[in-house]
Design a protein around this ligand. Structure first.
Ligand code: G
Ligand code: G
Ligand code: MN
Ligand code: NA
Length: 254
């Protein structure tokens, strides 16, 4: 079992692909974005989910070149869809704490936007609470510079980290993603219903858009719409799709 060595070779061997999960505006029903999610097609083991190799990539530092590849691939794909005349949508890319800390992120984002001609205004970076907490001063500088390119920042898995609410004020984040653990038992679970309402209130108080992840049922969708949640993503709409399937979905929705 040597995933680490395999991981080192995987980039050069083009074993990674991105899947795209659609995001919808709850008020209009319009497709507004896609979250890019990495997949590893291992030659012997088949598809390895990111939960099993992202942690290794983080420990070994391989997340830096892998993360740059993911960002470039996502922006290039987004630009290819624009070149085809498909409607503008946001492309959301997950960023590890390690990528923020290593400090090359600002340069990488700048280079990728230049190389791909993708508009910074259509790019969203999803960071976790731990990425923001790790080195607050440095992270704030890096992320502010990235926002100056028009790129939006989303706080991912909100409500599951250790952090205080102070960082929400400190970082002027653009979007809040409610973790799917809060969504799962809606609308019946009273605690989750109240927490979700409160989280939406926090997001809106700080001028953030709020998106719910892991939306699986129409009852959840209805409840979130009533609470004024802005956007939703989840199996109710679609699983993460290969790029070709996502493109076809865009054409079908046109
Ligand atoms: O893709 P899945 O549907 O299995 O994602 C599992 C987890 O892996 C997600 O919660 C996410 O945090 C992480 N992940 C998926 N794609 C990426 C990626 O491109 N970069 C990083 N850093 N994490 C990712
Ligand atoms: O941590 P992050 O939010 O980036 O993770 C996204 C993960 O959530 C991916 O593993 C994706 O496959 C998964 N996911 C997306 N929609 C749903 C859903 O409706 N239900 C469940 N259980 N998982 C989902
Ligand atoms: Mn995410
Ligand atoms: Na998430």
């Amino acid at each position: 079992l040597d995933l680490e060595n395999d991981l080192r070779r995987a980039l050069a061997r083009h074993e990674f692909t991105l899947a795209y999960q659609p995001q919808f505006d709850l008020a209009t029903g319009h497709l507004i974005g896609a979250e890019a999610l990495v997949r590893w097609h291992h030659p012997e083991r088949g598809i390895i989910p990111p939960d099993q190799f992202i942690p290794i990539a983080e420990e070994t530092g391989l997340i830096v070149p892998l993360g740059a590849w993911i960002l470039r691939q996502a922006c290039a794909t987004g630009q290819a869809w624009r070149d085809e005349g498909l409607a503008d949508i946001t492309i959301a890319v997950n960023i590890s704490a390690h990528q923020v800390r290593r400090g090359q992120l600002e340069l990488t984002v700048r280079q990728v936007l230049n190389e791909t001609a993708f508009s910074g205004h259509l790019l969203e970076l999803e960071v976790t609470e731990s990425a923001l907490m790790a080195n607050q001063a440095a992270a704030a500088t890096t992320l502010k510079a990235i926002q100056a390119m028009g790129v939006r920042l989303a706080i991912d898995d909100f409500g599951t980290g250790y952090s205080s609410l102070g960082y929400l004020k400190r970082f002027a984040l653009d979007k809040l993603k409610i973790d799917r653990s809060f969504i799962n038992d809606l609308p019946d679970d009273n605690d989750d219903a109240h927490l979700t309402r409160a989280i939406i209130g926090i997001g809106h108080t700080l001028d953030m858009l709020v998106i719910a992840e892991g939306v699986e049922t129409e009852a959840q969708e209805r409840f979130l719409t009533e609470l004024g949640c802005d956007q939703a993503q989840g199996y109710l709409y679609a699983r993460p799709l290969p790029a070709a399937d996502f493109r076809q979905m865009q054409i079908d929705l046109k």
